[in-house]
Design a protein around this ligand. Structure first.
Ligand code: PMP
Ligand code: GLN
Length: 385
């Protein structure tokens, strides 16, 4: 289709197609085991699917209320109270979103103005930077330690200026699988106290945390909670990334601004799914079992990978495992990931795409939200390389 004769100037000239779309398409094209894009290759609980069906049959098929149905917001508030002893008002401080991506987009749209600086940690999830740019903001990247993905807080402090509008954190962290400690949160709290800097805390992997570690939500730290938009995703928690349902929590004044944008962005979110989730989330086991469930998968994958030439430290959270291939080849991580997909039929994500200036540390990300059979088969292949 030829375009009309007008000099169309891209708002995001540097932005390519997301690596997740690229690698999943390549995996499908080559019939590879897809450990690239983060989604489970098994179904969510039949009870939850039955609840969605029931909600549709009983007529919850028109627009939901703009902030989300009250019973779901109330159930989220109860979960926050029970797990962390913190209180969010379901009326004014919680909004249901079309996944965490929309929540993050809406937070940035509601807050970022031209020349505002936003600090993010690299490797960073791919949606932060383009969205900051779209609203005229400037990304200030802080590279995490390449070995253990910890934060150098002194380096962060040195980057704060009077233009700093927001810091974005993500714990448990995609792609590294690292988690922020209580000490990290206290450092961040000390840094932000007495400033006007906002916090966006991306906590989509809240329940996928291993080895007895406790999730450090920003909600637990008063000087963080008072300035934090917290984003979450039901897709990660209940094995249905395709339903694109999540939520955002923030103090009422901030949530008011969020909703001003939300109402013109999606207006409201899939109604029958909200009705089903409101019922399902009332049983705490449905999310509390998630950590042990994925820990078993991580351990299975890693025990099968022991015999390989890849090097790794067990992921502490998320359903991702990083693997260094520096003993195998000096190809770029992208070339190696493509070759593994085409020739060996195992797809992964090259993590340079999340790094500052695409810094290549010879590391691939493998998603272990897969059936035991897929994990065994993939590991068997990877052990032959
Ligand atoms: N943040 C992080 C760190 C993610 O890994 C993802 C996606 N998997 C999202 C946000 C987006 O979540 P959703 O699929 O609910 O939009
Ligand atoms: N969050 C998922 C991942 O990291 C992918 C989501 C997406 O494809 N946009 O793999």
């Amino acid at each position: 289709m030829p375009m009309f004769n007008y000099p169309f100037r891209s708002k995001l000239p540097e932005v390519p197609t997301s690596i997740f779309a690229v690698m999943s398409a390549l995996a499908n094209q080559h019939n590879a085991i897809n450990l690239s894009q983060g989604f489970p290759n098994f179904n969510s609980d039949p009870k939850l699917i039955a609840l969605v069906n029931k909600a549709m049959v009983s007529g919850h098929n028109q627009y939901a209320p703009m902030p989300g149905i009250f019973s779901l917001r109330e159930a989220i508030a109860k979960k926050m109270e029970n797990l962390y002893g913190v209180s969010y008002n379901p009326e004014t401080e919680i909004t249901i979103t079309a996944g965490a991506t929309q929540a993050i987009f809406t937070v940035l749209a509601a807050t970022i103005k031209k020349n505002d600086e936003v600090l993010i940690f690299k490797p960073a999830y791919d949606c932060y930077e383009p969205t900051i740019e779209l609203f005229g903001g400037k990304t200030i990247a802080v590279q995490l330690d390449p070995e253990d993905f910890t934060i150098n807080w002194a380096a962060v402090k040195a980057l704060i200026t009077d233009k700093t509008k927001m810091i974005i954190i993500n714990t448990p962290h995609n792609p590294s699988g690292n988690v922020l400690s209580r000490e990290d949160m206290l450092q961040l709290e000390a840094l932000l106290k007495d400033t006007n800097i906002l916090l966006l805390s991306d906590e989509v992997y809240e329940h996928i945390i291993f080895d007895g570690e406790k999730h450090q939500t920003a909600a637990l730290y008063p000087a963080l909670a008072e300035r934090a938009f917290i984003t979450a995703s039901f897709g990660k928690t209940f094995h249905n990334t395709g339903w694109k349902t999540g939520y955002c929590m923030a103090p009422a004044e901030m949530m008011k601004e969020f909703r001003k944008v939300h109402q013109f962005n999606v207006f409201s979110v899939n109604h029958p799914i909200q009705v089903a989730l409101a019922e399902y989330i009332k049983t705490p086991e449905n999310y509390l079992e998630l950590g042990p469930f994925y820990q078993k998968k991580r351990d299975l994958f890693l025990s099968c990978m022991k015999a390989s030439r890849f090097e790794f430290k067990p992921s502490k959270g998320t359903y991702f495992q990083l693997m260094s291939f520096k003993n195998i080849t000096d190809e770029s991580d992208f070339d190696f990931a493509v070759r593994l997909t085409k020739e060996k039929k195992v797809a992964s994500i090259p993590i340079s795409v999340f790094n500052e200036q695409h810094y290549d540390t010879k590391v691939l990300r493998f998603c272990f939200a897969k059936t035991d059979e897929s994990l065994r088969k993939a590991a068997e292949i990877l052990c032959t390389i």
